[in-house]
Design a protein around this ligand. Structure first.
Ligand SMILES: *Cc1c(COP(=O)(O)O)cnc(C)c1O
Length: 465
């Protein structure tokens, strides 16, 4: 499989190179040049597969020229071995033809484990073969950091440095990051906000001279193609469990950076009959406004009860635009350059295509809390705030009550006690058994000033030999 940049002006790479690269040289994002497509009969023949076996079927064509089949198989099996549910991604019913796909049974209780458990292992595998070591640097407001740390804790060729804003992430999220004991894991609590952390990471990718020349800097946010790839799998898995591909299904996807729903778009292009794909956003609704008004505009960041979707700019949207513009990299480069200084409007043909594939809906905090309360009252089932945004958007946008509507449930409610208490629960939701002692575990992190040079010095001085 060959990978090309959405801005049409960077080297064509194979899977291994793409995984190690992050942003393309031209500022674009890497996407596969073509997608494998499957007939209904082929997809139906996968209906009895376990989650890891299905993952193998779907992922193999994307990585075939980089990783031999047997090795890939064992990497995938290993990636899902720490999930605490036999089904890996179980479906829970809310109502007639209304379902929730629980994606929070991985080690950090959020859907990011699906991709990051695999990404850490894939990276370590290719690095071992190349006799190379890399540095992962990332900024987090919560979920990404802990999932990346869990994904890399046993990787001997990766040193990982995660920056979080000091005293501004939730206790559960901080503890999940800082109680993982491994020499290659470093948590830096920066005396600043999330944007300060992210800026330091951006600046470090922009000028890597603080690192020894033999250490690459690798990104683990969703610009990394491998993350999107891993997320395609559960769309197939859920559809197959509910009578697909002989029956279409719809998905409602709580999204901020457009990563998760882009994976659903790819599943559809690969042949999975998906009726509706719903972009569910909180008050940070740049995508919903684009769909409704055909204006793509920046706005001020709003802090909501669903913080993992609090973003200003939906970076993966560029990937789907590239497709809608028939892989015209020049057009995308032009669009993105203009977006730096002004609002943009898409060509009529393009916005029409987007509206054909996607529906969208924006849910504010008040309605999020109402939805958590309502579903609890009706079903005694507790949603986390991100998933509640999804369920509400699914209900509002649904066109055909006979087609199953599946909301991706992206986190366990115990990760977001504030929203759950606001929805009328008397007590904080209980952490799953394997995390019951989280608050007794010993923490380890470094408090850092908001200074790029201090952070970079720390990294330089803490690289493994
Ligand atoms: C990261 C995250 C999201 C948003 O994912 P996208 O990549 O922006 O689609 C939604 N919910 C939770 C709990 C998350 O951690």
């Amino acid at each position: 499989m060959k990978y090309i940049s959405t801005r049409g002006n960077a080297p064509v790479l194979n899977f291994e190179e793409v995984m190690l690269t992050g942003l393309a040289d031209d500022g674009g994002l890497y996407v596969p040049e073509t997608l494998p497509t499957y007939s209904k009969e082929e997809i139906a023949s996968w209906s009895k597969l376990s989650y890891p076996d299905l993952a193998y079927k779907i992922i193999e064509p994307f990585v075939a020229d980089s990783i031999p089949a047997d090795d890939l198989k064992s990497i995938i099996d290993d990636s899902y071995s720490d999930f605490r549910h036999n089904a890996i991604a179980p479906l829970v019913q809310l109502d007639r033809d209304e379902w929730v796909l629980e994606l929070f049974h991985g080690p950090t209780l959020a859907f990011k484990d699906f991709a990051l458990q695999m990404l850490g292992r894939l990276l370590d595998y290719v690095l071992e073969r190349r006799h190379q070591k890399v540095v992962i640097m990332g900024a987090t407001s919560g979920d990404t950091g802990s999932a990346a740390i869990e994904g890399c804790r046993r990787c001997s060729n990766i040193d990982i440095f995660i920056l979080h804003p000091h005293q501004r992430v939730s206790d559960v999220q901080r503890k999940q990051m800082t109680t993982v004991k491994a020499d290659n894991i470093h948590n830096l609590a920066v005396k600043g906000n999330f944007d300060d952390c992210q800026q330091m990471v951006k600046d470090s990718f922009g000028d890597k001279s603080f690192l020894p020349s033999d250490r690459k800097l690798v990104a683990v946010n969703s610009i990394n193609w491998a993350r999107i790839m891993a997320q395609i799998v559960y769309y197939f898995y859920a559809a197959l469990a509910l009578g697909g591909p002989h029956r279409p299904v719809s998905f409602s996807v709580p999204t901020g950076n457009f990563g998760d729903i882009f994976a659903g778009y790819l599943a559809k292009k690969m042949g999975l009959p998906i009726d509706q794909l719903i972009i569910a956003t909180n008050t940070n609704d740049v995508l919903h406004r684009l769909m409704a008004k055909n204006v793509y505009s920046k706005h001020e960041l709003v802090h909501t009860l669903s913080p993992s979707m609090d973003i200003m700019n939906s970076s993966n949207f560029e990937r789907v635009l590239f497709d809608f513009y028939d892989q015209d990299g020049e057009a995308i480069a032009d669009l993105m350059t203009r977006f730096k200084t002004q609002d943009i409007t898409l060509d009529d043909k393009v916005i029409a295509k987007a509206r054909e594939v996607f529906d969208s809906y924006s849910v504010d905090d008040e309605v999020t809390v109402q939805t958590i309360a309502e579903i609890y009252e009706d079903n005694e089932y507790l949603l986390d705030p991100h998933s509640a945004v999804g369920v509400k958007a699914g209900r509002e946008c649904r066109r055909n009550p006979d087609i199953p509507m599946i909301t991706l449930s992206t986190a366990h409610p115990a990760k977001f006690p504030e929203a759950v208490l606001k929805a009328g629960q008397k007590e904080e939701p209980i952490l799953p058994h394997h995390m019951a002692d989280l608050f007794e575990r010993e923490e380890r992190y470094e408090v850092m000033p908001k200074e790029l040079s201090a952070v970079q010095d720390f990294i330089k001085n803490n690289l493994s030999a």
